[in-house]
Design a protein around this ligand. Structure first.
Ligand code: SF4
Length: 307
């Protein structure tokens, strides 16, 4: 069988080992050398381009259905649980908590839940909205496991590495939010960041009020492609007598986008995290669809008030 292997950045160091194993079994094996951001970003064009029979995607769970044979290889990682004991002191004021984690640690969720229950907590595990698959699992673009139980809990606890995942959940919830970083043996309360990100969003909106030319970003990545939304937004912008064009790429290169000097503001329809994490990489404000709607609303009000 002709197989294309795809690894996220953190697992690319293991590509050769897996390729050799499959070759021993008689397969013809190729490795995708493109950057990989998630299971939203399957290397289907590359797989079709080399006429592969199958794509094997490592490290992420299935994101959505695609019309190509894809095998997902999970990479569970056992993180040390020793921080749970010391987290009890900070979590003392909160009786009911939610716990969220990434797919790498989802197999540890039951043990984490048991630990907190044995220590007097009422634990609620929320359900994802759809892109993430397991209860308690979050993705940068699916924070349902936290947001769906926000009203019922006194605090949220994220267990796992890095800030990418908890940041998305933090911005869509309202309760105290704690991040346990088991690999660095750290626990931090992070809900103070909500205000920072709200101010940044307001700054982007205010910075776009004079914009006349909008560039709408559409990614061709299979799980990020949102042309319908882009077309709706283009119509809304043009409906207010402004200009909009749709900018298409697989992975956005912001140096290249920054060369498009005619655009006064950009609107993201791809991975929702681009409009949060990459805003310092563009010269012009990089808006989400909701932020664009707010810009258009304020612009319309300003025009009315001048009449
Ligand atoms: S957060 Fe972005 S990169 Fe991650 S799975 Fe969602 S769309 Fe893909």
């Amino acid at each position: 069988m002709k197989i294309l292997l795809q690894f996220p950045e953190g697992l690319k160091q293991e590509a050769l080992k897996h390729a050799k194993e499959l070759e021993k079994d008689g397969h013809e094996v190729f490795i995708s050398a493109s950057p990989t951001f998630g299971a939203c970003d399957l290397a289907l064009d590359e797989a079709r381009g080399i006429k592969a029979d199958k794509l094997i995607h490592f490290g992420h769970a299935e994101f959505h259905n695609v019309d190509f044979p894809v095998e997902y290889v999970h990479y569970p990682i056992d993180a040390p649980l020793c921080l749970l004991e010391s987290s009890l002191e900070q979590l003392k004021p909160y009786r009911t908590i939610s716990i969220v984690t990434t797919v790498q640690h989802i197999h540890q969720l039951d043990n984490i839940r048991k630990f907190y229950e044995e220590n007097g907590k009422n634990v609620i595990i929320g359900k994802p909205f759809g892109f993430a698959k397991a209860p308690g699992q979050i993705l940068g673009c699916d924070i349902g496991s936290a947001a769906s139980v926000d009203k019922e809990v006194d605090a949220h606890v994220y267990f796992g590495g890095g800030m990418f995942h908890p940041l998305g959940a933090l911005l869509q919830t309202s309760k105290p939010f704690f991040a346990i970083e088991p690999f660095e043996n750290k626990m931090a309360r992070i809900d103070g960041l909500r205000d920072t990100y709200k101010k940044r969003s307001r700054g982007k909106i205010m910075g776009s009020l004079e914009a006349r030319n909008f560039g709408i970003l559409v990614s061709t990545k299979n799980g990020q492609h949102n042309m319908n939304l882009a077309k709706v937004l283009k119509k809304k912008i043009e409906g207010q007598g402004l200009n909009a064009e749709i900018l298409v790429a697989n992975t956005f290169d912001f140096d290249s986008i920054n060369n498009m000097l005619e655009f006064d503001a950009l609107v993201n329809t791809a991975c929702p995290r681009i409009g949060i994490d990459d805003i310092d990489r563009t010269r012009k404000p990089l808006l989400s669809a909701n932020e664009l709607m707010e810009v258009l609303r304020i612009k319309a009000e300003l025009i009315l008030s001048k009449k």
